[in-house]
Design a protein around this ligand. Sequence first.
Ligand code: ADP
Ligand code: ADP
Length: 217
Amino acid sequence: MIRFDSVAKRYPPGIDALAEISFQVEPGELVIVSGHSGAGKSTLLKLIAAIETPTAGTVLVNGQNVGALRSSAIPYLRRNLGLVFQDQKLLFDRNAFENVMLPLAIAGFAPKEAARRVRAALDKVGLLAREKAMPIALSGGEQQRLAIARAVVGRPSLLLADEPTAYLDPETARTVADIFIDFYRVGVTVLLATYDEALFLPRGARRLGLDHGRMTS
Ligand code: ADP
Ligand code: ADP
C-alpha cells in the first residue's frame, strides 16, 4: 500500500529532514512512526499525502508515484486518504455535524446519503449525541475525535495521523488510540506518528523508528 525507496527530503536552506528512507506498509497494517521531536515523523506523513514532495527517491501509495503527481491528480489521491494533522483545523464557526459533512459536500454526495454517512462516522467516534455542538464547546479529546470522524467519513483505505494523542490526558489519549485501533481491526491501514508507543505496540502495531531523519528500525 505504501512503499518508500531511498527517500530523502531536504528543506530549504539545506535541512535534511529525511535521508535513505526505505520501507513498505502492507494493506491492513497498523504502523507507528516514532522518534524524538524533529526526527522527521511529520515530514514522512506529509510525503505520503503529497503535502511535501521528496528531494530524492520514490514514494508509492497504491502503486502511484505520489511525488510525481500532477496537482490535478492530488485530490484523487486524497480522496482515499484520511488525514488527522495538526494543520487541518476544525471549522469553529460550524457545528460537529457540519464539520464532518464538509468533505462529503465537496465530493458532491447527495444530502441524504451524506447525512447518513456523517452520523455513522460520528457514531464510530462516540459523538453522535453531540452533532449539534460547536467545536469550542467540545473537550480536547472530543475535538480530536471529531477530527477523526471528518477524516474517515469518506471511508478511506488509509488513515494517517500526526501525534493524535498529544496534549491529551492519559485516559483521553487511550480513548482516542482505541478509535484508531478499531479502524485497524476492520481493515483500514493506519499509519501514525506518536510518542505514545505503549498505547499501540501491545495491540498489534509495528514500529518504524526515526532518529535525525534516518531509520533505526
Ligand atoms: P517531527 O515530526 O519528528 O518532529 P519534522 O518532520 O516536523 O519532525 O521535522 C524534521 C526536520 O525538518 C526538523 O529539523 C524540522 O525543523 C525541519 N522542518 C520541518 N518542516 C520544515 C519546513 N517546512 N521548512 C524547513 N524545515 C522544516
Ligand atoms: P455502511 O453503511 O456500508 O456500513 P457507512 O457509510 O455507514 O457504511 O460507514 C460505516 C462507518 O465505517 C463509517 O462511520 C466510517 O467512518 C467507517 N469507515 C471509514 N472508513 C472505513 C473503512 N475503510 N472500512 C470500514 N469502515 C470504515
